[in-house]
Ligand binder design. Structure first.
Ligand code: NAD
Length: 483
């Protein structure tokens, strides 16, 4: 067991040290797969937050990361990747138990986190400015500079990989970072501090604090010591943060929710679609921002698609995440009640329950894999993010109708197209209001492909080279050569 957990208490990683924090209260972490207590988590209070902000500022002013030789910064990050792989076994066990996800998925999060550090470590010395021609009397160029202190707020659905998704490009650009872990499953993420410590990341350059969002999170983002906010989470929290950021005029990156639609045309390979449906809406019990939350199917194959989707859903194995089943619990009792409530209103709005529809009667917070059919695209269940293993099927007749339905929510995170006709795939992809469009494979792409939303799904892009530009700002240097 790493030094970050002491006497059953997971601690805060503050300026290179493990500390209990001064909030005077702990967060009890529960295993959603069996409702057992996993551990307590120490919360950072006002004094710890001030200390982390001062340490981050001092590290930035010293140039710990920003003035490091860029290739050395890249090597430091590649060292972090190796250390993350070193803690992945222990981390995956903890993350599996606190989040309810499968052990395999928990392990994948640590692996993906390591890959983010390798990817952005490789580009740390390639963050290049431009030279701008102004004629013989001037020399003009741009430099891409880090913001300074970056406050990063992480959600509970993929705490380790999402933290790394922002932390790695941010470090590559030379920022100092304070991460606020999600209160429902902070432990796996806090463990990342061990990898940072072992890789000799300068003290203060990165801190990971635990606490409740409306308290510690709100105070962190409101601080005038923060130069940039990176938020991944729900729309209401994003809106609250943006209101607070307006007071300090702090640049913010928003990765918010979704209600993404798959469009299944009459020439689609149904087997391919069903494989995507399984990962698209049942991976991590549907608690994925880019989940396949709606399925629009051409009327000619609609009944068949619903029937086969229901068969697939009813056949999924269900168990505690440690046993790597196909279907796992949702994060908490509260989340389960929310999912059940919105699913039950679907019936009143005319939807048919083709599979599932209620919680499973067993220990833990399990919602049955649910297929809602004949969903009115304007109804609440088709418009609101559920964040659980529930998807909504609706039929369409024409391509234009399908596009209008897919675009018919306030979100725009991802979308999917299932067809054998590549000309149609290109044509429709250009018309879909989303930051990323998958063709014939939901979740196609990876850490190098840009990801982010339009509309209420947010703004800014994570992943890929594109993400680097979220973590720097451009300075232009214009030099007169006349004298
Ligand atoms: P949430 O908004 O409730 O919480 C997210 C984080 O914000 C948590 O760490 C929480 O403690 C913190 N927080 C809460 N109130 C705060 C405040 N006032 N100030 C500062 N921080 C505060 O979201 P969640 O339930 O943890 O995550 C689920 C949501 O996240 C879903 O809507 C999902 O779609 C979205 N999400 C988006 C992406 C993406 O990349 N677009 C990825 C994962 C999750």
């Amino acid at each position: 067991m790493s030094d970050f957990i002491k006497d059953g208490l997971a601690r805060n990683f503050l300026a290179g040290q493990w500390v209990e924090g001064d909030a005077g209260a702990v967060i009890a972490i529960e295993d959603p797969g069996n409702e057992e207590h996993v551990a307590d988590c120490a919360q950072a209070g006002e004094a710890s937050l001030t200390q982390a902000l001062e340490a981050a500022r001092a590290s930035f002013e010293r140039g710990d990361l920003a003035d490091m030789q860029p290739s050395a910064r890249g090597r430091l990050m590649i060292g972090i990747a190796a250390e993350i792989r070193g803690i992945a076994g222990e981390g995956a066990q903890l993350l599996c138990r606190e989040s309810g996800k499968t052990l395999e998925a928990a392990h994948d999060e640590f692996e993906e986190a390591a890959q983010y550090f390798e990817y952005y470590g490789g580009v740390a010395d390639k963050i290049e400015g431009k030279s701008i021609p102004l004629g013989p009397d001037y020399a003009d160029y741009t430099v891409l500079e880090p913001f300074g202190v970056s406050a990063q707020i992480v959600p509970w659905n993929f705490p380790v990989s999402i933290a790394a998704r922002s932390l790695a490009p941010s470090m590559a650009a030379g920022n100092s970072i304070i991460i606020k872990s999600p209160e429902l499953d902070p432990i796996g993420l806090a463990l990342l501090g061990t990898a940072l410590q072992r890789a000799d990341v300068p003290a203060g350059a990165v801190s990971i604090l635990n606490g409740v969002g409306s308290d510690l999170g709100a105070r962190l983002v409101a601080s005038s010591e923060v130069d940039q906010i990176v938020f991944t989470g729900s729309v209401p929290t994003g809106q609250a943060i943006l209101r607070s950021a307006a007071d300090t005029v702090t640049p913010s990156l928003m990765e918010l929710g979704g209600k993404s639609a798959a469009v299944v045309f009459d020439d689609a390979d149904l087997k391919t679609f069903l494989t995507s449906l399984q990962s698209g809406i049942f991976y991590n019990a549907g608690q994925v921002c880019s989940a396949m939350a709606r399925v629009l199917v051409h009327r000619s194959i609609y009944d068949q698609a619903v029937e086969r989707a229901a068969e697939l859903s009813n056949g999924l194995s269900v168990d505690h995440g440690l046993n790597n089943p196909e279907h796992t619990p949702v994060i908490s009792a509260l989340q389960l009640s929310r999912i059940e409530e919105i699913t039950s209103t679907a019936r009143q709005d005319g939807a048919r329950i083709a599979a599932g529809g209620a919680r499973l009667e067993r220990k833990g917070y399990f919602m049955a894999p649910t297929i809602l059919a004949d969903v009115d695209p304007a109804s609440r269940v088709a418009q609101q993010e559920i964040f659980g293993p529930v998807t909504c099927f609706s039929p369409f007749e024409t391509e234009a109708e399908a596009i209008a339905m897919a675009n018919g929510t306030e979100f725009g995170l991802v979308a999917g197209i299932f067809t054998r006709d590549l000309a149609r795939a290109h044509r429709v992809a250009r018309k879909l209001r989303a930051g990323q469009v998958f063709v014939n494979e939901w979740f196609a792409g990876g850490i190098s492909t840009p990801f982010g939303g339009v509309g209420k799904s947010g703004f800014g892009r994570e992943k890929g080279l594109e993400a680097l530009y979220n973590y720097v700002r451009t300075k232009n240097i214009a030099i007169s050569l006349k004298g």
